[in-house]
Design a protein around this ligand. Structure first.
Ligand code: AMP
Ligand code: MG
Length: 314
């Protein structure tokens, strides 16, 4: 099992030696490596069993560092960084050559953000390179929102987990690109489309397109528990299925295995709870998870996107 702790100097030493370290962010835990080292980044793909066509997000500590890694920053991108960084918003921007092709899966753009977590910001400030960090889970499985989740699945493959407690946002960052006339949201996430549009006006939302143009749709099944998950009207589904666990938005059911995402109907709280709920029910003695969509506004859109992908079995 991996060691847990708050030792930034130790994490720094490991990263400088091309080793991996799990890091806390406000979205989910990341599996971090020196983004400028192909050797280190290769270890991320191997450890996660992640296909090489799925590019990584790089993390830095300040907007001022952005010009070190990208060749240009559109005005709307700058407006977004000023409003949402540090935070759960990732920008796709044309990359400089110091970012190896393995990080971007050969694409000309690099995904970059400034995460909002004090431990990880302190670590990033202490380093002379940015960190490439996808979620710290085996590829396709539910993302980790606690250090213990990382340890359960990758603990025998990595040495150290920086323990930053429970992730405050609980779902991945929103990804936005500027390659078309309208900025395009490629992944729904921790910053809502409404909040983005309040700063830069209308955006296009195409969350189901794969990041890789040569492999469209390949990533539709993602964020998934091992157990089968069905989404619909919970009351109706209960009439047809036994031995189930329930993930409801607000409502309480008279059943042993059930998790309410937010008793008070708060979508931010529901986002925080979602992945932990899937993980918990995945480990309980039930044969099926049933769930329902939440209101499709604000973070509800990202929650529904995750539920939908978790329910697709290939
Ligand atoms: P993860 O860090 O595991 O949440 O995954 C990062 C995601 O960012 C990938 O699955 C892609 O969908 C997306 N991404 C990263 N870089 C790019 C890029 N250059 N172009 C489009 N999407 C990207
Ligand atoms: Mg991921």
């Amino acid at each position: 099992m991996a060691e847990f702790g708050y030792d930034i100097d130790y994490a720094k030493k490991l990263l400088e030696n091309d080793s991996l370290v799990a890091i806390p962010t406000e979205t989910v835990y990341g599996l971090a490596a020196n983004a400028t080292s192909s050797i280190a980044v290769t270890k991320i793909f191997k450890t996660k069993e992640r296909p090489s066509f799925d590019p990584l997000i790089i993390h830095t500590y300040s907007l001022d560092r952005l010009n070190d890694y990208v060749t240009s920053i559109p005005y709307k991108a700058t407006l977004l960084t000023k409003r949402f960084w540090p935070g759960a918003l990732t920008l796709l921007l044309p990359k400089k050559s110091n970012i190896p092709d393995i990080v971007t899966s050969g694409l000309d753009t690099v995904a970059v953000r400034v995460p909002n977590h004090p431990l990880t910001l302190a670590l990033l400030k202490s380093l002379s390179f940015p960190l490439a960090a996808p979620s710290a889970n085996p590829f396709g499985y539910i993302s980790p929102t606690l250090a213990q989740h990382v340890n359960n699945q990758l603990g025998d493959k990595i040495e150290y987990i920086l323990d930053g407690g429970a992730c405050e946002v609980g779902i991945e960052s929103t990804i936005i690109g500027f390659e078309n006339a309208l900025p395009t949201v490629h992944r729904l996430g921790g910053v809502s489309v409404e909040d983005i549009e309040s700063i830069i006006g209308e955006v296009d939302v195409k969350p189901h397109s794969s990041s890789n143009p040569v492999a469209p749709g390949m990533l539709q099944n993602h964020y998934a528990p091992k157990k089968k998950l069905i989404i619909g009207n919970i009351d109706k589904l209960l009439q047809h299925h036994d031995n189930v666990g329930i993930i409801s938005f607000q409502k309480q059911y008279n059943i042993q295995h059930q998790i309410q995402l937010s008793k008070k109907g708060d979508l931010d709280e529901a986002a925080q709870t979602l992945f932990g709920a899937m993980r918990q029910l995945d480990n309980e003695d039930i044969s099926l998870i049933i769930s329902e969509y939440v209101p499709n506004i604000g973070l509800g859109r990202a929650i529904n996107d995750r539920l939908k992908r978790a329910a697709i079995k290939q």
